[in-house]
Design a binder for this molecule. Sequence first.
Ligand code: ATP
Ligand code: MG
Length: 420
Amino acid sequence: MAIKALRGMNDIFSPEIHVWQLVEDHARKLFALYGYEEVRTPVLEELNLFVRSIGETTSIVEKEMYSFVDRKGKALALRPEGTASIVRAYIQNERAQSDPVARYYNIGPMYRYERPQQGRYRQFHQIGAEVFGIANPRIDAEMIHMVDQFFQGLGIDDLEIELNSLGCPICRPGFTKKFSEYLDSHQSSLCEDCHRRTQKNPLRALDCKQETCMTLMKEAPSIQDDLCDECEGHFDTVLTHLGHLGSSFSVNHKIVRGLDYYLRTTFEFTTSQLGTQNAVAGGGRYDGLVRLLGGPNVPGIGFAVGMERLIELILLKQKITPSVLAPTVYGIAMGDAAHELMIQVAQSLRRSHIFVEIDYEGQSLKAMMRRADRRQTPWVVIMGDEEVNKGIFILRNMGTKEQKEIPMGEVQQLPQRIKT
Ligand code: ATP
Ligand code: MG
């Protein structure tokens, strides 16, 4: 039996791979304009890093961790998201000391042991970014606007941006208590998951997708009424500044996000076009996280875009059509001597950044021409013994079917010729 990839893990080929590269390229260029630099961290970390940061009672840690024990008995996990690893790296490499304000982005695979379905995989990819060292709410707005720009730049201009404030360690406990009491008094209408959550992580019930819970949440107490003055001021500035930057958004006090480290600003970018898997990006502020993981008291904020969902959206909306790269020149050589010379012609063209593909399988001119046609190449260079003896090669324009004999000595001028 042939070996297959693991469930929920995908291979990515051409032509889709070109869309992936384009999206990554776009992110790199845009984020650089805002001062973000790439950081690459290992995909494998100590399990404890995620348990401590994301939170023991979150669905990610409770149900979705790709964890295992190594040969020495150490509990490890494939990263389910990027922030925890970057914070770990930021602390370990003492970046806070060398640079009080730091902006990082990362692109790579994440792992969650979820039930695979459309838009939900066990290995998926995120483009994420983090800012350390800025408590000013204007950075929250700048970051959200940058994500907005990122999507707009890819032709995705109809995402909904939803914002919430989750309060802080001063005001959230009061709200959590009030909210728990509300859940307690409606125990019988809660789904099984939320029933369990009322003890450990009641706020998760806010974004439960079960019908009865959703109805119940309509009447539930709102965090809005419990925010302390500082959190309220912070949130107001985020909203005002985001408005100034020109991003449209709405406030949704039910956004809690599935990670415990968030406080104050949290946000989601959603689409109505991908069915149930509607979140394309999410993020928020995590001021206590660096300290929680043993670092200095540095504020932070970050976001992550789900690449599979974004690319599905791009393909669905046909904003970018993936195309197979066609060689500009296709080399057809017959005989050893012609092949020798063909390699020289190809190298000379490649030095001028021209994409050349040589046919190495050719049995007959006819078969090779058919392949050139299939590769949708605009130019073909043909060489056989006769041409070698005459010191020339044939240049064929595949569009007009016109052929010209070109002296070997004029190979340097070939780039100009095929551009016109
Ligand atoms: P969801 O609500 O869909 O479970 P999430 O809240 O768990 O998403 P985050 O942890 O915020 O997701 O991750 C950020 C983004 O990564 C999501 O908005 C989504 O686009 C993408 N994502 C998360 N989990 C998966 C997955 N299993 N497969 C594909 N993409 C995913
Ligand atoms: Mg999830």
